[in-house]
Design a binder for this molecule. Structure first.
Ligand code: PLP
Length: 397
């Protein structure tokens, strides 16, 4: 039997597979310390869980409109106006099964086979796979030497006749860096000059530290609004990754087209989870601030630990819950007889020798780096740093 080119090219999500391997070892009774997790380790707040239980009792067990319940789109619209200074009426909003599905749905509306999409690296790996699943080509722009940020010059240099889309993610997974208003404005001008669509993935917008404020790309220039699609989700903000509710907001024409596609592909997102998302977005926000403060304290602990490790270069992330240190100086050595040549072999050696799980940088388009998630308790962070140091003592042995 022959499979399609898209199916043959599809690779499993790199971050999910390392997490799965760590979980498998744990299930076998191994004492694994894992920094691979891409989701908050907190439980969904009680008021949100209660809303879901009430939704079941109230009979929200049928299909919702394919684009999402109008009440939820209304709440999302209000939240965009309150938090982001963005005017997206409900008809400009599509609710999907997580931001991941919303991203793919909208890529299908922009990319034809043969088109190119620009990915500033390091990037979240699924962007590249989703672009490929549209039959289009991801074009990677290396931003490791510019503070993990895309510059207008680099953007200009990467645009070609087939370029249609720029994908931005601020705060960023895996680096935690976030763009300022001025930086976004300069990129927006360049994107407009080159007639590009911009997808702005803002799923970590509420996890931002050190007094910084999140800026939405669509808000920085009048002309950007019409060429930008903004993505968000309840997943990271409200510890609701398993509920699968995300959304896209943008010009009416593209959102309506995505809604048509979605009606045929999924019939719409889960109705009970949508009711829970209404409580998340419209209800008390106390839990969000509590989680954010906990993440910030963990970030500081992890950064302090990583900075005490000789040879690791580590920028302090401004948002999300990841640290992305440069580990090039650890490569091309043997550890306990295991040859470590690149970030993948380094991750494997860490897991094999000291049962420490981290995600290699290469799937993020940044070889020589590693991603540590601090969606883990303080004891885990301390134990992880201890094991990392033990691993380094194995160098040359
Ligand atoms: N965008 C980024 C940058 C992410 O890191 C993730 C999840 O890891 C997603 C989107 C997907 O979010 P969701 O779980 O809502 O599909």
């Amino acid at each position: 039997m022959r499979l399609s080119k898209v199916a043959n090219a599809a690779e499993p999500s790199a971050t999910l597979s390392l997490n799965a391997l760590a979980k498998q070892l744990k299930a076998q009774g191994e004492n694994v310390v894992s920094f691979t997790v891409g989701e908050p380790d907190f439980d969904t707040p009680d008021n949100i869980k209660l809303a879901a239980k009430e939704a079941i009792e109230a009979g929200y067990t049928k299909y919702s409109p394919a684009v999402g319940f109008p009440e939820l789109r209304e709440l999302i619209s209000e939240s965009f106006s309150r938090l982001n200074g963005l005017n997206y009426p409900p008809k400009n909003i599509l609710v999907s099964n997580g931001a991941k599905q919303a991203l793919y749905m909208l890529m299908l509306c922009v990319l034809d086979p043969g088109d190119q999409a620009l990915l500033p690296a390091p990037y979240w790996p699924s962007y590249a796979d989703q672009v490929k699943a549209c039959g289009a080509e991801p074009v990677v722009i290396d931003c490791t030497s510019t503070g993990f940020k895309l510059t207008p010059e680099a953007l200009r240099g990467a645009v070609g006749p087939k370029t249609k889309l720029l994908i931005l993610n601020s705060p960023c997974n895996p680096t935690g860096m976030s763009y300022s208003r001025d930086e976004l404005r300069a990129l927006a001008e360049t994107a407009a000059e080159n007639d590009l669509w911009i997808f702005s993935d803002e799923v970590y917008e509420r996890l931002i530290y050190d007094g910084l404020s999140h800026v939405s790309m669509a808000s920085v220039l009048d002309e950007t609004y019409g060429r930008t699609v903004t993505f968000n989700a309840v997943s990271k903000t409200y510890a609701m990754t398993g509920w699968r509710i995300g959304y896209a907001a943008g010009p009416e024409e593209i959102i309506t087209a995505a809604g048509r596609l979605q009606s045929n592909l999924t019939s719409g997102p889960n109705s009970i989870a949508q009711r829970a998302a209404m409580e998340a977005i419209g209800g008390s926000q106390d839990a969000v601030e509590k989680m954010r403060k906990t993440f910030r304290a963990r970030r500081d602990l992890l950064i302090e630990g990583l900075k005490s490790i000789e040879g690791l270069q580590c920028a302090t992330p401004e948002g999300a819950f990841y640290v992305f240190p440069d580990c090039k100086s650890l490569l091309n050595h043997k550890y306990n007889g295991i040859e470590v040549k690149d970030s993948i072999s380094l991750s494997k050696a860490l897991l094999e020798t000291v049962r420490l799980a981290v995600v290699p940088g290469s799937p993020f388009g940044a070889e020589g780096y590693m991603r540590f998630s601090y969606a883990a308790g303080e004891e885990t962070i301390q134990e992880g740093i201890k094991r990392f140091k033990e691993f380094l003592c194995m160098r040359g042995k």
